[in-house]
Design a protein around this ligand. Structure first.
Ligand code: M6R
Length: 590
């Protein structure tokens, strides 16, 4: 979702363009930059990719103050006019914005007669700055900030004092410093390419960034102190075969080992025995793939925990009436740590006195600041919009957390615990075996790519795997797909099965093998092409084999052939697998 960058320092235009490249992974449909000249601001913006922007800009002169933006449309169609930056009516300010200004309609009405050049909610900020300007840019920024409602990280260039300002509430904003300059940025990873120290801007804050450094203010103008720290340096990402998604899938075996080691080296669950025994419920909360890892972890933990483990979609949790009290452990799962719905759900738990833990891939993210404890899944940076290795590593961490909870509550024996640990040690090799069969999966993709729909079915802990496989397929191939508990098919969905569709059956349970065989026959006799993802063979189905593994860990391995299948189908359809249409990597608005 929208990315912002701002810089004071030599080569600001070139560096801002480079930064927009690092922010591309978030998902966007247009981009632009504003460069401060001697007494005016030049704005360059286009619909489409950064490459189009670079072509459009050509060889413009450098400058020492610039801001840039990648836009993911929320208000107003995708076009150059709706792309950021926006200039204020008299050209004193230029702004870029990530988030949503919820009261922009009211604010526009108040500016009766003002001429707007776009359909966006963001442009109102440029107008307000001009209206509030009475010779002092900082005062204008503070007055504007007090009028805004919603979520926003806004970077502002001011001509009058040659300063960068920012306003921050509920959308991520990093301030960075180095010998060469000062920076504003949507994420630490991007900022770390320049900044040697960074600060995470708190909500309801205005930032002033000049040659003299950074100053932070509450909205009433009171100065506040914000701590700076040294960020981990981001690596320059390399691709395998041109796609991040495939590179990220192939990293799964090594990342599984790191996730397990990381869990133990960071001190594990970190609850006292008393609290663990007192808990009356555990929520596993996230969105998309992160929600599916919660769904899967809950399905396996039901085998050993004596309290309810409830997976909940974050955006539902915020507005529904789930019980939260001091005996509630809520585990928030998020690769980016910046998903607005997940962070809001966490705030709801904190307000109600629950214990909030983050399971994330990103330290120093909004989620880690909102939670009492963070467990890092150590999957390494994910750039492809479709989340893959984070899912598998989330499952390692969640499984270990819930097993430890079971041990503390006396429902998991040492013998069971050791068995699962042995299973975890063997898992990377099992996944390597699946990856070795990539060629077979690619051939199968060729046969499936013209299906009118692909259904995914599974029972108990295989159902969440089906959900994740289906999500992966639909988001990057655009083929219609749904996931069902296998037994539910005959209650309606069977009407959709014919010889134009395919059904992927995930069948890892020995006990439920016969039940799954019936489901496979049910759809095969109606003409569907059936693929069984299983350690077992099924009549009427092409098999994608997965090695036998510990029953609690099948979900981690079985997701891998489904990730590959989605990838190869999308490739064969000529899709942009890393940047699927309409989607963003980091969903920073509710
Ligand atoms: O960064 P998060 O894990 O919080 O992101 C949650 C979802 O937006 C994300 O998993 C999304 O569903 C992916 N595109 C799925 O591949």
């Amino acid at each position: 979702m929208c990315g912002i960058f701002g810089m004071i320092g030599d080569g600001a235009v070139g560096n801002t363009l480079r930064a927009l490249g690092y922010l591309e992974y978030r998902g966007y449909d247009s981009a632009g930059i504003a460069a401060l000249r001697k007494d005016r601001i030049d704005v360059y913006k286009t619909a489409g990719r950064i490459a189009a922007l670079k072509k459009f800009i050509g060889d413009v002169p450098e400058t020492d103050i610039a801001i840039g933006h990648t836009r993911w449309a929320t208000h107003g169609e995708v076009c150059a006019a709706n792309a950021h930056p926006f200039l204020s009516p008299q050209g004193r300010f230029a702004i870029v914005h990530n988030g949503i200004i919820e009261n922009y309609r009211d604010l526009r009405r108040e500016l009766n007669g003002a001429l707007f050049t776009s359909d966006t909610d963001s442009e109102i900020v440029a107008h307000l700055l001009e209206k509030e300007y009475r010779g002092n840019a900082l005062e204008a920024v503070l007055a504007t900030a007090r009028k805004l409602r919603g979520s926003f990280a806004i970077a502002i260039v001011s001509v009058s004092d040659r300063v960068l300002y920012a306003i921050k509430n509920k959308s991520p904003l990093i301030v960075g410093m180095s010998e060469e300059g000062a920076y504003l940025c949507s994420d630490i990873r991007c900022a770390s390419h320049w900044a040697s120290s960074v600060a995470v801007t708190p909500d309801d804050t205005v930032v002033e960034l000049s040659d003299n450094g950074a100053r932070f203010f509450r909205l009433d103008g009171t100065p506040i102190e914000v701590a700076f720290f040294a960020p981990d340096k981001a690596e320059e990402a390399e691709r395998v075969d041109g796609d991040f998604m495939l590179k990220e899938i192939t990293e799964i075996p090594s990342k599984l080992r790191l996730a397990e080691q990381g869990y133990f080296s960071s001190g594990g669950l970190g609850l006292t025995r008393d609290i663990a025994r007192r808990l009356s419920r555990v929520y596993l909360i996230g969105c998309g793939t992160a929600y599916h890892s919660g769904l899967e972890a809950a399905a396996v933990a039901r085998q050993w925990l004596d309290i309810d483990v409830l997976p909940v979609i974050a955006s539902e949790f915020i507005y529904d009436n789930y019980t939260v009290d001091g005996d509630t452990l809520a585990i928030f799962i998020s690769q980016s740590g910046e998903t607005a719905d997940t962070v809001r759900a966490c705030e709801r738990v904190r307000r109600s006195g629950g214990i909030a833990y983050a399971v994330t891939n990103t330290d120093s993210s909004s989620l880690t600041f909102a939670c009492q404890r963070t467990l890092n899944i150590r999957a390494g940076a994910e750039y492809a919009v479709a989340s893959t290795k984070a899912y598998n590593c989330q499952l390692v961490t969640l499984t270990l957390m819930l097993l430890d909870l079971g041990r503390m509550r006396g429902t998991v024996s040492d013998a069971t615990y050791d068995e699962v640990l042995r299973g975890l040690e063997e898992l990377p090799r099992a996944v390597e075996k699946i990856l070795e069969d990539g060629y077979g999966i690619a051939q199968l993709a060729e046969q499936l790519k013209n299906s009118t729909a692909i259904f995914y079915i599974g029972r108990t802990a295989d159902y969440p795997t089906a959900c994740e496989g289906s999500l992966k397929l639909k988001e990057i191939s655009y083929i219609h797909s749904e996931a069902y508990p296998a037994g539910e098919l005959k209650h309606g969905t069977l009407a959709l099965i014919d010889n134009t569709v395919a059904v992927v059956a995930i069948a890892t349970s020995r006990e439920l093998r016969d039940k799954m065989a019936s489901s496979v026959t049910e759809v095969a006799t109606r003409g569907a092409k059936v693929i069984a993802v299983s350690p077992y063979t099924f009549e009427n189905a092409v098999r994608l084999a997965i090695p036998e593994t510990h029953p609690y860990l099948y979900g981690i391995a079985a997701a891998v052939p489904l990730q590959l299948l989605a990838y190869y189908i999308a490739k064969r359809l000529g899709r942009d697998v890393d940047k699927p249409r309409n989607l963003a990597k980091s969903v920073t608005v509710e």
